[in-house]
Design a protein around this ligand. Structure first.
Ligand code: MCN
Length: 788
């Protein structure tokens, strides 16, 4: 026991470089595809070339006899064991839930659906054998257009269900009819959220090996815990016999928040063959068969008084489910339902979502999941309303947003926002952006009639994230809970192991969780090791999605640390022969308040707790604890994003000239990580605004199935982002933090399109459908000229 040294510096708020980057960025990582076990067999899938067809026969006899082939299996071979892929979010009691066999048995419903698989000693043998499988298809009509799909007499995706309507989900608050009939101005628009293809750096990959009487699956997944449970429920293999490992995962963006056909089938193949099996998708295979995002048609009307005060909002949504319901497919648009009123006060709101089956790859969560769509619609129509009223779009927002002194505030959609300061974020953003100067330049360009016009786009977003608590998720019929688990163990040497149920796949949790732990325990940040992503090592967890990990998982770490300190206090009181109440804990050291008495460091306590030679009464050896934490409500980050674009009115080319993002994510644990999250999010949101679109032909083939056809933004397409923050701590979790993982994506798409439409407003353009390609922009100008 020594006298107290200086306390270590507070780590929360420091821009520490990410601990995990040393191995992630230098090729020393273990991706699933790098995992090699002796005797591993390669699996490849034969996939449907038809969007909709009956399978009338499969002849796999030639393929089965090819050299190196261990097995060729069809859906019929898996009958009785493959179950139905799970949907964990049946949003209504009467939702239509079709069977979803991992491998098609008698009918295919999208191009790319698996109809057979080959297991071979190597990939080349498997690929050769795939060519030798003959499948007879009897074509059925593809169902590709949502509006036609729900019209009377439409061809059906699931004939046995008698309808293509999956569900109808309404939300209403206040008297919408009165709000609209009493309003001075009504603006109505139709927005299209084009279908997007998630394109994480690492494609999906699965290895499954029988071991220790059970099975270990390595999968590039966001959700090892949920996957383990769902694999057990789908296949009947006991949960305790399944271990799931998510090794380093090269991004997911929601696309790996899934229980996929391939994961189920590889487990069944490992059982059947008694050998390790492996599958890695090709990029084109991934584009076709990793779930897609967005794909909604939004009919939106907003009603306001002449002074800009919003009276009411009406939203009618068609949401393309694709051919089947995957893990959270039906819930995605429902997450958006609550976000249309955004940061604005209004008298009435009504929302209806119709989920529609089509013969396309199912949609599901993609960064922001429902919230980018809602934010796009409200932020776009706010700009149209401002134009209608002849008002500056920021002024219109100011007249309607919730004041900083009005929190907690219950919105018309029924959410209670805990905190926020929209004025402060907007003031900061406009000043960094040079809003007035840019407006003046815009005016000059307009007056000169320049070919290249300047557009200014604003988006003042909020979003609900940090998905928790369980009670609210249960009310929304979401199948899983909203808690997260953490265990904190002080080792005898005074170093710390943190076990977390969060499952990072690029978000930097090892660093942020170390910072939280260092502050709570007063230990050096480099003394903390974070363990995650393996159901054997971290047996309890709810995984990573919905920007929940910091506010739920990070708070669980904080709570477990606090419990470790509580336990340490009992040891320290015993060691220092003082009363617990007289002890102060600061900078990793227990001192006796107001005395020169010797102190004890938490590391000394950890060693004493391990040795256990002299335990205090009723205290067990070792210094560790755990926590299953859930916050009292969602978290509501917000911010103001401003985008300036130059639009060449002769070619339709759009160049982003500057972009300012001022986000309020509450208390920031690591500003470097937060900036990185915002940058990545902006790239994805800008990708939707300008470049990306999954296109199907009239037969239902995905024509954008390579990166040459499906344009992803590159660094050269993006400006230098200016990022800054305001800090309004959350009151729903002990860290005061709000999520950031999806914020950039949610905010940026409308900021960019608002800027483009703003540039072209003098030409009569009122909208450009996304992605705003040069051709679309050029046509919008041409059409407006013709119309005008
Ligand atoms: N953070 C912080 N201070 C805050 C908020 C967050 O320091 N106030 C830090 C956190 O400690 C964490 C990171 O920022 O290291 C993101 O935290 P959070 O907002 O809690 O999001 P999650 O960790 O739950 O990550 C999920 C989120 C989602 S939903 C998508 S989609 C997404 C995203 O993260 N996918 C990603 N960011 C991604 N980043 C990478 N590299 N790859 C993906 O697939």
């Amino acid at each position: 026991m020594t006298s107290a040294p200086e306390a270590p510096a507070r780590q929360t708020g420091l821009a520490l470089p990410r601990k995990e980057d040393a191995h992630l960025l230098t090729g020393r990582t273990e991706w699933t595809d790098n995992i090699v076990h002796s005797g591993t067999m390669q699996v490849m899938f034969l996939r449907s070339p038809m969007a909709h067809a009956r399978i009338t026969g499969i002849d796999a006899s030639r393929a089965a006899e090819m050299p190196g082939v261990a097995a060729v299996l069809t859906g019929a071979d898996f009958a009785g064991e493959q179950g139905s892929l799970p949907c964990a979010w049946p949003v209504t009691d009467d939702i239509v839930l079709p069977e979803h066999p991992p491998m098609a048995v008698d009918e295919v419903r999208y191009v790319g659906e698996a109809v057979a698989c080959v297991v071979a000693r190597d990939a080349a043998s498997a690929a050769d054998a795939l060519e030798e499988i003959d499948v007879d298809y009897q074509p059925l009509p593809p169902v590709l257009d949502m509006e036609r799909a729900i019209a009377p007499g439409a061809d059906l995706v699931h004939a046995d269900k008698g309808t293509n309507t999956c569900y109808v989900w309404p939300l209403a608050s206040g008297d919408v009819d009165a709000a609209f009939s009493g309003a001075d101005v009504v603006v109505t628009r139709r927005y299209r959220q084009q279908r997007l293809i998630p394109a994480a750096m690492e494609p999906r990959a699965v290895v499954c090996r029988p071991e220790n009487g059970g099975y270990t699956m390595w999968s590039a997944t966001q959700i090892p815990h949920v996957l383990r449970l769902m694999l057990a429920m789908t296949t009947g293999i006991p949960e305790q016999d399944i271990r799931v490992v998510a090794p380093d995962v090269g991004g997911g963006f929601g696309s790996k928040l899934q229980v996929t056909a391939e994961e189920v089938l590889l487990l069944l193949l490992a059982r059947r063959l008694g050998a390790p099996v492996k599958w890695t998708e090709t990029r084109s295979e991934g584009f076709q068969t990793t779930h897609h995002g967005r794909d909604q048609i939004q009919d939106v009307s907003i009603a306001a008084d002449a002074d800009g005060r919003i009276r009411g909002l009406r939203v009618q949504l068609l949401a393309d489910m694709g051919a089947y319901l995957m893990l959270v497919t039906p819930g995605v648009p429902i997450l958006g339902a609550f976000m249309y009123p955004a940061i604005y006060k209004m008298d009435a709101y009504s929302f209806t979502c119709t989920g529609v089956f089509t013969t396309k790859m199912p949609t599901d969560a993609y960064r922001g999941a429902g919230r980018p769509e809602a934010t796009y619609a409200i932020e776009r129509i706010m700009n149209e309303l401002a134009a209608e009223l002849g008002m500056d779009p920021i002024e219109l927002r100011r007249r309607n947003w919730i004041g900083h002194d009005e929190f907690p505030y219950t919105t018309i959609a029924g959410l209670t926002y805990d905190s926020g300061n929209y004025e402060a974020a907007t003031e900061r953003a406009t000043s960094l952006f040079g809003y007035d100067g840019l407006r003046a330049e815009q005016q000059r360009r307009r007056e000169r009639g320049d070919a290249v016009q300047l557009g200014i786009g604003v988006s003042t977003y909020t979003e609900m994230c940090g998905l928790a608590p369980s009670r609210i998720l249960g009310d929304l019929k979401y199948g899983a809970g909203g808690w997260e688990h953490a265990a904190v163990r002080m080792l005898p040497t005074g170093k710390v192991e943190v076990v977390t149920g969060s499952s990072a796949h690029g978000q930097g949790h090892e660093t942020a969780w170390s910072q939280i732990t260092a502050d709570r325990l007063g230990v050096p940040v480099e003394d903390v090791r974070v363990l995650h992503g393996d159901t054997l090592v971290a047996p309890r967890g709810m995984d990573t999605y919905g920007s929940r990990s910091l506010v739920v998982g990070g708070s669980a770490v904080a709570q477990a640390c606090d419990r470790v300190v509580d336990k340490a206090r009992r040891f320290a009181a015993h060691m220092l022969e003082a009363a617990e109440d007289d002890l102060e804990f600061s900078g990793g050291r227990f001192t006796v308040r107001g005395t020169e008495h010797p102190s004890a460091s938490i590391q000394e306590v950890a060693l004493a707790a391990f040795a256990a030679h002299d335990l205090p009464d009723g205290v067990e050896p070792s210094l560790d604890s755990d926590a299953a934490y859930e916050p009292s409500d969602f978290s509501y980050p917000h911010g103001t994003h401003l985008c300036a674009v130059e639009v060449d009115t002769e070619t339709g080319e759009v160049r982003i000239r500057s972009y300012v993002a001022v986000d309020d994510v509450g208390t920031v644990v690591n500003p470097l990580i937060v900036d990185g999250q915002v940058h990545g999010g902006l790239a994805q949101g800008i990708g939707q605004a300008l470049f990306e679109e999954a296109v199907h032909d009239a037969e239902g083939n995905l024509v954008t199935s390579t990166m040459a056809d499906y344009l992803l933004p590159s660094a050269a397409d993006l400006p230098d982002f200016t990022t800054d923050r305001t800090v309004t701590p959350s009151t729903t979790n002990p860290l005061g933090a709000k999520g950031v993982g999806e914020a950039g994506t949610i905010a940026s798409t409308p900021a960019v399109v608002n800027a483009i439409v703003d540039a072209l407003r003098p030409y009569g353009v009122r909208d450009v459908h996304m992605p705003c390609t040069p051709e679309r922009v050029w046509r919008a100008i041409a059409d407006a000229k013709e119309g005008g």
